[in-house]
Structures are given as structure tokens and as C-alpha cells.
Design a protein around this ligand. Structure first.
Ligand code: GDP
Ligand code: MG
Length: 439
């Protein structure tokens, strides 16, 4: 989706003045891109209409950078489509807050229950996970494993008890053990059916959750939106967690859910690991879709894992155009802490296309050790100024690091690719990166 939209806007950006026809042509491309990304048809129609109306206005047509203006409008409307502001989960003033996780089988309820517990625990809460899926084999065990990993208690009564009773007992257990958050992991079905809804309604009636969160799989595209509509009609939901956005999704679900159900996406799942959860920010998602990257999420992620001071340094490094082997080495550890390179690149502006080229920088495996060894075999001078690396130096480095000259060459090439990437990054975010080293 990003690539397609960037294409459409690329043409606009190169124009000095825009005619109504230019805007129309661009909008046709945007429309196709959205439809192709599996965005709901009605949503697309409304969206294009709104954007077009705003774009042919005086202000845009006469501005000096009409292309930028159009992009800004598209960005704003995309953001509005997803609900403008970030929707937080409701925390009750009278604990425990009860959060009920619902959704189809395989959508990610159990994983998300854990992720959410971990997320809230980081904020100083004391969550309890309650195992109400008594149907799927090993579902209880799965939640227990998740709880163990996160050091969060799991309440269960085996698979013979009625889920409604388990939910109720779990709630009482939380009160008795001063858990201020109760996360109820319920069963799913392959499709929306009455039996499932009845059970969920009964649990809802019994424990009166403050928050019913529907988990939907972003990879199912338009189906995710239909599922959200059905659950909302039958049960009433308070928000949506959109999982598997890390996968090869077309983004359509993220754009349509709010517009179709009028319920906000509150969190997104970005991977299988238990800390791969992020609050959903409509504005950041819009920028991500438009290919402007998600610098704020990147910085936030950095702050979470490294301390503030280090995060600032990292930001500077990332913004710096002159990125040398020394930087690379000293940043490896930080970056390693933040997760995969691929994920970081995914959050950076315009990196979508470059990701494939660089995604295979394996940060934890053998490759990484080798890379470090190569850099460590360089002199400081060589690290700072890779251009002096001639054949004999390369030979020496290869020998010192137990690698081959090809390996050294490959790393140099990678650094150059990264430098190019950093250049793009700074170019697109205001170009503060022209500062000289040490300045
Ligand atoms: P449930 O049936 O709704 O409880 O779904 P599970 O929590 O068991 O998850 C189903 C599968 O989806 C598991 O293999 C999870 O690891 C995977 N999964 C859940 N959330 C995400 C996510 O955000 N990204 C990715 N890539 N996988 C996820
Ligand atoms: Mg489950």
C-alpha cells in the first residue's frame, strides 16, 4: 500500500501547480491502492470524496507546494478515518478492572492476553490472567506458559468447569489477591456462531467487564472487518486489538475497522513475542501507510528498552549521515535490545523498499558475531574512515577476524547501504542530519 501511494504522490510532488485533473488522477490511483489493500469499498468512496473536495480548494491549488499539501490532506483524512486520537483502555477507579478478550480461533486472544498483561504490568499494575477457554486442547496450558514467561499469575479451574463460573471465580480470586487487572482469555470458534456468542454474553453478564476487547487478525483483511461488525452487533465491544500487523498484511483492516464499526483499534500486535504490542496511534499509522515511517514509535521503543540518554544518542546516530563502523559497532548492542533490524527499518521513513536489502542483517546469530569480529579487527582509523580500506588492509582484517576478504567487502557494502538509507531518512524528516561529526 505504501509503495503504491508513494507512487501516486511522486507524480504530484514533481508538479509546480496542480490542475483539477492532476488531483483527480492522483485520487484515482489512491483509490485503487486502497481497494487493492482490501479497504472496505464504502469507506474508500467516502474517503476519496472527502479528500478530493478538500484538495481542489483554493488554498491547495494556489500553494507553492501543492503536492505536499495533498499528501498532508490525505494524511489527515487517513488519521481521521482511524479515529484521530489514541484510544486508551478504560481503567476502573474501583479495581479490579476487568478486561474480556474475545475473538475467533487463532486471532491471537491468548497471546494478546499475555502481551496486554505484560504491558500493564510494566505500568505498575498487578494483572491476573483467567483461563476460560475450556475447549481448545492445551489452551489452558498455553496461557499458563505465557503467564510464567511474564511472571503473571494465571487462574484456571481445568477444562471441566463452565467458563462463566471460571470467569466469576477468577474475578473473586483477583479481589482476594489484590490483583487490580483481570484479563479473561475466552474461547474462540472458527466462525462467528450463536453458541460462542451466547457463552460470551453469559460471561459478560456475570463479570460485567469494563472493557471487551476484540482480537482480529489483520492478515484476514476484509474478513477482520466483518468479524468486528458481527461481534459488535452481537456482544458489543469497546475496542479492537489488531494482531499480526508484522506480517505481510495489506493494511486494509486497520483503515476500515473504525469507519465500519465505530469502535477504535486500541492496540496492535507486531509479532509473536510477548512484548510485541503497541498502543494504536491513528496519526502514526497514517504516516506509516503513507510511507513516512513511524519515527515516534521508533523513539518510544528505544526509550522503553534503553535509557533516555542512550535513546537520544541513538536518535542522533540514526539521523546522522556519516555513519561509520564505530557507530555501527556501538549501536549494535542498543539495536539488539530493541528487537530485529527488520522491525526497526519498518518503522523508519521510506524503508519499506530497502528492508529486503538489509533485512538479512541477522542481529543475533553467527553473522552478527562475524560482523563484530570484522569491525573489531579494524583500527580506529579504519573504522572512522572506511574509504582507506585497501586490499592489504582488508586482507589483514580478514585474517584477524577469521573471515575472508569477501566477508569484509560485504560488510563495507552493507555500511554503504546503511549510509544511503540514513541519508534518505534525514532527507525525509527535515534534513537536520547535515551536521558534521562531533558538531
Ligand atoms: P487464539 O486462538 O485467539 O487464542 O490465538 P493465539 O493467541 O493462540 O495465537 C494464534 C497464533 O497467532 C499463535 O501462533 C501466535 O503466536 C500468533 N500471533 C498472535 N499475535 C500475533 C502477532 O501480533 N504477530 C504474529 N506474527 N503472530 C501472532
Ligand atoms: Mg486461545
Amino acid at each position: 500500500l505504501s509503495d503504491k501511494l508513494q507512487n501516486a504522490f511522486g507524480k504530484l510532488k514533481s508538479k509546480g501547480k496542480l490542475s483539477e485533473k492532476d488531483v483527480k488522477d492522483a485520487m484515482r490511483e489512491v483509490k485503487l491502492a486502497l481497494l487493492e489493500a482490501d479497504v472496505n469499498f464504502k469507506v474508500v468512496k467516502e474517503f476519496i470524496k472527502k479528500v478530493q473536495e478538500r484538495c481542489v480548494g483554493q488554498e491547495v491549488m494556489q500553494s507553492l507546494t501543492p503536492g505536499q499539501h495533498v499528501i498532508k490532506i490525505v494524511n489527515e483524512e487517513l488519521t481521521a478515518l482511524m479515529g484521530d486520537v489514541q484510544s486508551k483502555i478504560m481503567i476502573s477507579s474501583k479495581p479490579p478492572t476487568v478486561i474480556m478478550m474475545v475473538g475467533l480461533q487463532g486471532a491471537g486472544k491468548t497471546t494478546t492476553s499475555g502481551k496486554l498483561g505484560g504491558y500493564l504490568k510494566k505500568q505498575g499494575k498487578k494483572p491476573l490472567l483467567v483461563a476460560c477457554d475450556v475447549y481448545r486442547p492445551a489452551a489452558i496450558k498455553q496461557l499458563q506458559v505465557v503467564g510464567e514467561k511474564l511472571d503473571i499469575p494465571v487462574f484456571s479451574m481445568g477444562d471441566k468447569e463452565n467458563p462463566v463460573n471460571i470467569a466469576k471465580a477468577g474475578f473473586e480470586h483477583a479481589k482476594a489477591n489484590s490483583n487490580d487487572i483481570v484479563i479473561i482469555d475466552t474461547a474462540g470458534r472458527l466462525h462467528v456462531d450463536e453458541l460462542l456468542m451466547d457463552e460470551l454474553k453469559n460471561i459478560k453478564a456475570e463479570v460485567k467487564p469494563h472493557e471487551i476487547l476484540l482480537t482480529v487478525d489483520a492478515m484476514t483483511g476484509q474478513d477482520a472487518v466483518n468479524v468486528a461488525e458481527s461481534f459488535n452487533e452481537a456482544l458489543g465491544i469497546d475496542g479492537v486489538v489488531l494482531t499480526k500487523l508484522d506480517g505481510d498484511t495489506r493494511g486494509g483492516a486497520a483503515l476500515s475497522i473504525r469507519a465500519v464499526t465505530n469502535k477504535p483499534i486500541k492496540f496492535i500486535g507486531m509479532g509473536e513475542k510477548l512484548d510485541d504490542i503497541e498502543p494504536f496511534h491513528p496519526d502514526r499509522m497514517a504516516s506509516r501507510i503513507l510511507g513516512m515511517g513511524d519515527v515516534l514509535s521508533l523513539i518510544e521503543k528505544a526509550q522503553e528498552t534503553v535509557d533516555l540518554e542512550e535513546a537520544k544518542k541513538l536518535e542522533q546516530k540514526l539521523r546522522k549521515q556519516e555513519f561509520d563502523f564505530e557507530d555501527l559497532l556501538s549501536q549494535f548492542e542498543q539495536i539488539q535490545k530493541m528487537g530485529s533490524m527488520e522491525k526497526i527499518l519498518g518503522m523508519m521513513p521510506g524503508m519499506g523498499q530497502l528492508k529486503d536489502q538489509l533485512g538479512n542483517v541477522d542481529l543475533n546469530g553467527k553473522e552478527m558475531k562475524r560482523t563484530k569480529a570484522i569491525i573489531q579487527s579494524m583500527t580506529i582509523e579504519e573504522r572512522r574512515n572506511p574509504s582507506i580500506l585497501n586490499a592489504s588492509r582488508k586482507k589483514r582484517i580478514a585474517k584477524g577476524s577469521g573471515t575472508s576478504v569477501q566477508d569484509v567487502n560485504r560488510l563495507i557494502k552493507q555500511l554503504n547501504e546503511m549510509k544511503k538509507m540514513m541519508k534518505m531518512f534525514t532527507g525525509m524528516t527535515g534534513g537536520k542530519g547535515k551536521k558534521k561529526r562531533g558538531g
